[in-house]
Design a protein around this ligand. Structure first.
Ligand code: FAD
Ligand code: SF4
Length: 507
């Protein structure tokens, strides 16, 4: 008899370890353990999602004839950690081997690997690009730019291809996408799944066991099983995909979701497969219900960015998590945990995160990520925050996005230049500035938008590194053309903001 360990983000029928399981002989092991819920202070909705989805998946497996040993969080017999649970089940059953699909988290992988037990890891093949293919791709290149990887993935999957050429004659329709959002457009609301009795029981448990974690537990509306996830996919493809490209980078104070799919949590815990999601989007293009620019933009996020960050995570290993190329060391501002701030963009992004465990890509990259980078926050603290607060955060996808794309902590492996901006970008892509305490067009003075002086301060303190970057040289020339008093005022203003942040004073 063997134990088949199934983790909380491995809830897929075709999981590698489950494909090998023999219902007549093997025992599936699933466990809700305190360590997984608290190694960072996960958002309560994220804990509730994983526990509910695990319980429903266990019931599904039982329905398929498997025997499942399920340890609930409130069962006094349940061990504190996954290794402890594996040891307990081995002792109980005398099983000869444990099979597990490799986790997407170096911490957990190391703790399972250290067990003095016959434990066999199977590759997680729910991705479209196997690690060895990514490694071969990376080994042939000096620069690992996503765009080249993405084109190879289009060829590899055949998605949006006409023979060997991209459908529509272009690989990338970015110039048609990424507009500001029209505030008065009527958009369909995202699907909300009312919690059933099983979900309600988990919500009560999470409220009791994780009372101090940042974030609102209720209302909870995430898809928690495959049927709900398919329903959410259907809703996105028919209602929001046509505007996905246009609104991809836009932000509106009144609408945290715009035309985004909200599918990342279902994809990341295994309720949906990346290929089926892309096939549905491609079919919408061929049926004429969604334009090519929107469909291409959406598919790029999945077979491009999602597969690419998975490849980087696997290629670079655990050392990637501790990089800090810019030597940033400031603490994460208290505003990230909900302390008051007069910056409307930051307080809105954090409030949406608190309420929904969600913020779309541009909030994460150009508001919270941008501000942390300008403020020189220690990337390890930024990483711990993103890992905790988002419904879809699992190390393999969160870490390259945060440390690489957003914080430049890997020294430019993922991003050819740091994603920093002044307030002008936020003003162009959102409606936040109109009602903000600060004035986006002011560069100095008590009401100047903090992004403005901090932007120049960032560029100046990293001048040696970035001045020769062809994509940034123009900004250095702009600074050099300013009058000396303005240059000094900008840098002094930024120093004042950094000092206020360090002292924990509201900004
Ligand atoms: P949509 O905008 O509808 O995009 C469709 C799908 O594309 C997403 O569901 C997701 O699966 C995929 N996708 C889009 N962008 C990326 C990307 N950069 N990397 C990987 N997949 C992508 N995504 C996570 O899934 N988990 C994370 O922990 C996470 N942390 C992030 C941290 C930072 C600092 C940044 C800048 C981005 C992060 N992302 C993360 C990527 C992206 O922000 C989310 O995937 C996206 O916002 C999820 O919302 P959605 O499903 O509505 O996405
Ligand atoms: Fe954000 Fe500056 Fe605009 Fe205020 S003025 S919302 S701080 S970008």
């Amino acid at each position: 008899m063997r134990l088949i360990l199934v983790l909380g983000d491995q809830l897929s029928d075709d999981l590698a370890a489950l494909r090998q399981a023999d219902p007549a002989r093997d025992l599936i092991v699933m466990a809700e353990v305190m360590e997984e819920g608290s190694y960072v202070p996960h958002h309560p909705q994220k804990i509730a999602l994983v526990l509910t989805a695990m319980r429903k998946f266990a019931a599904r497996l039982r329905g398929q004839g498997f025997r499942v040993a399920y340890a609930a969080l409130d069962d006094p017999e349940t061990g504190p950690s996954l290794p402890a649970e594996v040891i307990r089940r081995m002792a109980e059953t005398g099983a000869e081997e444990v099979l597990v699909t490799t986790p997407g988290d170096w911490r957990l992988l190391a703790s399972l690997r250290d067990l003095p037990l016959p434990l066999r890891f199977l590759p997680d093949d729910r991705f479209l690009c196997p690690p060895e293919v990514f490694t071969a791709w990376a080994s042939e290149r000096k620069s690992l730019r996503m765009e080249w990887f993405y084109r190879d993935m289009r060829r590899r999957t055949g998605l949006l291809m006409a023979g060997s050429e991209p459908v529509g004659g272009q690989w990338n329709f970015d110039h048609d996408n990424r507009k500001p959002a029209a505030p008065d457009l009527l958009r369909p609301a995202p699907l909300r799944f009312a919690p059933d009795a099983a979900t309600e029981a988990v919500l009560d448990l999470v409220a009791a066991r994780f009372p101090g974690h940042f974030g609102r537990l209720r209302p909870f509306h995430w898809p928690t099983d495959r049927a709900e996830a398919l329903h959410a996919l259907d809703h996105f493809i028919t209602q929001s995909l046509p505007r996905f490209g246009d609104e991809q980078d836009a932000m509106l104070e009144s609408d945290p979701f715009l035309s985004h799919s909200l599918l990342s949590s279902s994809l990341n815990i295994g309720l949906l497969s990346p290929f089926e999601v892309c096939q549905r989007a491609e079919a919408a293009y061929h049926a004429g219900t969604a334009p090519l620019a929107a469909v291409e933009g959406f598919i790029r996020q999945i077979i491009g960015w999602r597969e690419y960050v998975r490849g980087i995570w696997a290629l670079k290993g655990p050392d990637y998590l501790t990089q800090n190329a810019l030597n940033h060391s400031a603490p994460l501002p208290a505003a990230y945990w909900g302390a008051p701030t007069r910056m409307n963009c930051l307080s809105t992004a954090v409030a949406q995160t608190r309420d929904h465990a969600y913020a779309h890509h541009i909030h994460r990259l150009m508001i919270t990520g941008n501000f942390a980078l300008l403020a020189g926050v220690d990337p390890a603290e930024v990483h711990a925050w993103y890992l905790a607060v988002y419904i879809d955060a699992i190390e393999w996808v969160e870490a390259p996005n945060t440390l690489g794309m957003s914080q430049f902590a890997d020294g430019g492996l993922l991003a050819s230049k740091p994603y920093v901006s002044s307030g002008a970008y936020i003003n162009r892509m959102s409606d936040y500035c109109g009602t903000c305490h600060y004035r986006v067009k002011e560069r100095t003075g008590p009401r100047a938008c903090p992004f403005n002086p901090l932007y120049w301060h960032f560029l100046m303190r990293h001048r040696d590194r970035f001045a020769r970057n062809p994509r940034m040289a123009q900004m250095y020339r702009s600074f050099d053309r300013m009058e000396a008093p303005l240059q000094s005022a900008l840098l002094a203003e930024a120093e004042g903001i950094l000092a206020r942040l360090a002292a924990g004073t509201e900004v």
